[in-house]
Design a protein around this ligand. Sequence first.
Ligand code: EPZ
Length: 418
Amino acid sequence: MGEVTIGGAKNAALGILAAAILTDEEVTIDNLPDVRDINVLLEAMEDIGAKVERKGRHVVRIRGNSIDSIHVDGEFVRRIRASYYLLGALLGKYRRAEVALPGGCDIGCRPIDQHLKGFRGLGARAEVEYGMVVAEAENLKGGHVYLDVVSVGATINIMLAAVLAEGNTILENAAKEPHIVDVANMLNSMGANIKGAGTDVIRIRGVERLHGTEYSIIPDQIEAGTFMLAAAVTRGDITVRNTIPKHLEAISAKLLEMGCEVVEFDDAVRVVGKPKLGSTHVKTLPYPGFPTDMQPQISVALALASGTSMVTESIFENRFKYVDELARMGAKIKVEGNVAVIDGIDHFMGTSLTAPDLRAGAALVLAGLAADGYTVVDEIKYIQRGYEDFDEKLRTLGAVIEQAEDEREMKRFKLRAM
Ligand code: EPZ
């Protein structure tokens, strides 16, 4: 039984940081998670001349008045996906942006055609040239944009450019994730005029300029969900504090179906795992559907449930890479196309695992907590992209977990934990 406090939403923060350079005035962002993806984006912003001043671990002050380049390249761009938000922000503010094609977790083919379609809908030229995405417009004009696929990234990027375009933009088939609403609220606090964020249709009336703001980021839905699943996987009792239960409904519903107890409070959720979990079927979908970013974590729980479960991944085609790792712990999972058929087993057996990406890495840690014996999870740099103090938070909840730099530290840990 324990409590854990959730930090700011990484995927909202990435859009919000890019939004901060849309004004020359000072912007203060609070509840910023201290995770690698955020720190890399801040580096990229400093590299083009923005002033970035840390006011504490979770507070940053940004000033975009000193930006002297619209060319975002370099190693950091390739390390994170969200560097592409600088495209929308720079195009909106300076009417030209050049950003190296983004990297990020290898969870499938990740096209940016919808981002480009959106920029073109605002009258910009947007092309990929020699590995760079180049977007420019003499007159950035509001337009009517219909997204062919529901994309979080494209929705945010188009909002970033459209807030400073001339006239009205209508964005149809927009993503509805909580972080879309948070980015829109932050932009509105800077003087933007965005309506409908959180629905399929977002309407943006362009304004001439934006002003400074102070803004606090919403809690991270996926960090919260990961700890909810930790309770299920370890048969624990965890109260997840500083969260918005409404954002977690799809996850709560599945936990209830599996037989867990879920109690919602105003800004907390308590999950009580049961000795025997039941099977269920899960299909990932855009919000308010079950989040793809929670698919590996729930699959770990289902691998320990009685009966057969089916997990369908409908957002990213390469998000089952962790299944081979789980198989090494004894899990019985068969993947065919975008469906994993999971036959629940009684227990995992600890072994050495490699994190293939951010969420799968976190899921493997949860598997390790439930396994007999020791589990070593390698490549934790992926986990550090999106979880702040993951091991420390789990330790506070009673987990025996430590980061080890080398074999000697690992041996020492094993002796201590015996
Ligand atoms: C965001 O990625 C998140 N990343 C991901 O978080 C998350 O998994 C994903 O949304 C879905 O919720 C950030 O916010 C930085 P999409 P994004 O555009 O924006 C297709 C995590 O673990 N598509 O909503 O890249 C695409 O291939 C991660 O924190 C196009 O076809 O995702 C996918 O099938 C990893 N053309 C679907 O849309 C495009 O131009 C949804 O992708 C864009 C996307």
